[in-house]
Design a protein around this ligand. Structure first.
Ligand code: IMP
Length: 208
């Protein structure tokens, strides 16, 4: 713990990610709680974690528990991906590794559109899923899973976002996920909702 501007003791949470965008997002969401969010690098934790779980929840828990055990701190982690119903839920937990980690998303997205050629609109349903896990040094584990529902479009469109956003169509907003502003995406995305859900759980449990 450390003292904040008004001399109050500040709680600190370690976010088990190397991704600067995710850190920025969680810092914004937890801004009003006065909690300090630090990255693994800032906390001096280096860990090569094998995410071999079969669900998003399992993978997020593996990361959070491993980093909590190494640091002795409150640790948050997330795991996310895309589930396509017509592909039996693939790429799912393998979203980052689908067709190889180094393959560009232009190629991955084109391959998915190809696999779904001939699949009618009502069978193109899909969702982004995010599981956020918090591991506490006393052994308690909290999990929050949220989704963003949509369908796979017929083309790639939009310049924002990353990964599978250009082929993920949101009927409610009549646009692709890659056409959303970053603010709108955070408001409606699986990750934004799961992080805010976790904030609410931690407040209810008087951890924040
Ligand atoms: P991770 O949770 O950072 O490991 O992300 C897993 C993978 O899921 C990413 O590399 C993307 O392929 C995909 N993914 C997760 N969230 C999104 C999103 O919001 N837009 C596009 N792709 C996503």
């Amino acid at each position: 713990m450390q003292r904040g501007e008004e001399g109050k003791l500040m709680k600190r949470i370690l976010f088990a990610t190397g991704n600067e965008d995710k850190l920025k997002e969680i810092r914004m969401i937890l801004k009003d709680t006065g909690v300090e969010v630090v990255s693994m690098r800032e906390a001096g934790i280096h860990a090569d974690i094998v995410e071999d779980g079969t669900t998003f929840e399992e993978n997020a828990a593996i990361k959070a528990k491993t980093v909590m055990e190494l640091s002795g701190e409150i640790v948050l982690s997330d795991d996310s991906g895309l589930e396509i119903d017509a592909l039996g839920g693939a790429p799912g937990v393998h979203s980052a590794r689908f067709m190889g980690e180094d393959t560009s998303y232009d190629i991955k997205n084109a391959a998915i559109l190809e696999k779904l050629s001939g699949v009618p609109e009502d069978k193109r349903t899909a969702r982004f899923v995010c599981a956020v896990v918090c591991a506490l040094p006393d052994g308690r584990i909290f999990t929050c899973r949220r989704t963003m529902e949509g369908r796979i479009g017929y083309e790639s469109s939009g310049e924002n976002g990353f990964g599978y956003d250009p082929i993920f169509y949101l009927p409610e907003y009549e646009c692709y996920s890659a056409q959303l502003s970053p603010e709108k995406k955070n408001e409606i995305s699986h990750r934004g909702k799961a992080l805010r859900g976790m904030r609410d759980i931690l407040k209810e449990e008087h951890i924040l």
